[in-house]
Ligand binder design. Sequence first.
Ligand code: UGA
Length: 449
Amino acid sequence: MRLTVIGCGYVGLVTGACLAAAGHDVFCTDIDENRIDLLKAGKVPIYEEHLDAVLQRAARENKIVYTSDAGEAIRAGEVIFICVGTPPKDSGEADLSAIDHVARQVATEARSPKLVVEKSTVPALTGVQLQKALAAYSPAGGIKFQVASNPEFLREGTAVADFFHPDRIVVGVEDEKSAATLREIYRPILEKKFHCPIHNGKCPGSTSGELLVTTISSAELIKHASNSFLALKISYANVIADLCERIGADVEEVTHAMGLDPRIGTQFLKAGLGFGGFCFPKDIQAFIHLSAAVGVEFDMLKAAERVNKQRIDRFFEKVHKALWVIRGKRVAVLGLAFKANTDDIRFAPALEVIRRLVEEGAEVHATDPQAIARTKHCFPNVAYFDDPYEALKGVDAALVCTEWPVFRDLDWAKAGHLMSRRLVIDGRNLYSSKKMQSLGFDYYSFGRS
Ligand code: UGA
């Protein structure tokens, strides 16, 4: 099938690449011409595991085309996936101006009927607005557009793996024809008929995931309800961690045992600096906003958001307790990305940690396997090191902000000799307290004594 992807960010590029791998002819467009030029030159503007290989293969097989001419891309595809950004406004409400802009482009540039699919995370009822906008912007006697919602459940860092091996594919539609079209688009994924870069083309099992057909409003709500629930789960674990510290329990023991109950599950119960990234913080705000707008109080989400914001305060209580005065101290920040395996620093807790350290007069040494280049734009005066051991040389403390495997596997016996003081304040609970203490470290983490 011929598919158009509008917006070549994390979601759009992964969607375009993986749908091309599934055998479709994909036309990608973006208003950022530099981005399109980079893609045409075979470069990937973001770091996402396996994405490079999937895009290269798609280009070799002539399955993917990049163009900054949105009209050309819109006319080329039978189905149009909207993958543009929906950032938060100051009020927390999602800013849908990019979606509105795309609706106008589609309505004026299309020359034949299209199925227009919302893939960007949008508040419930956006589908209704999109349908209205397409009709309103369409020239008189215009073309008929169908709208669908197909939320993504891709985690940054494992987005390609998540796309190829979904738990579920949700398609919110208005009619059976749209459902059949989307089922056809995803058939190669469900039947594993694509070259998988993760399993080298040989994925275990014969099928994966389940395609659920719902109404558009349900599909929109499924996305927000899922992300907000996961965010709630993390904040819950973080409050348990605070309680553990007060009563001398160990949060790892508590959450591990809780998670063995299949009704609870072990994932997303990791206590620490809390959630960041461009999804949870903005989605939880947008969901609070939407609920209030339709007259439903969702106080528990407000509490989850408050708990998350307080994680940095809790972290700094530990930093102050351990370091006493911050001014004049040299401090290493291990991890800048909002989580491991990505170069994304949007709403990353590490940035707020650095901001406060700089404000309080510390000399900061920062390191991260992927996110240094992006962070330099925010903090040009911080010292950056590719090698974590170099970052640790002569520091009074190491602050762990991201759970990268390279930090998990650090040789702290070696690092201890490089540091001027053996002090680690771990925002991601990466190490065993006993082991760190046995190496002579003053070691602070969350929810453990
Ligand atoms: C999240 C969802 O997991 C995806 O399903 C969804 O598609 C995506 O948002 C989206 O809406 O686009 P993502 O933001 O990439 O994906 O990252 P997560 O792996 O969910 O982690 C979010 C944050 O929570 C990170 O800062 C992570 O460090 C933190 N986290 C996660 C914890 O603090 N504790 C945990 O136990 C798990």
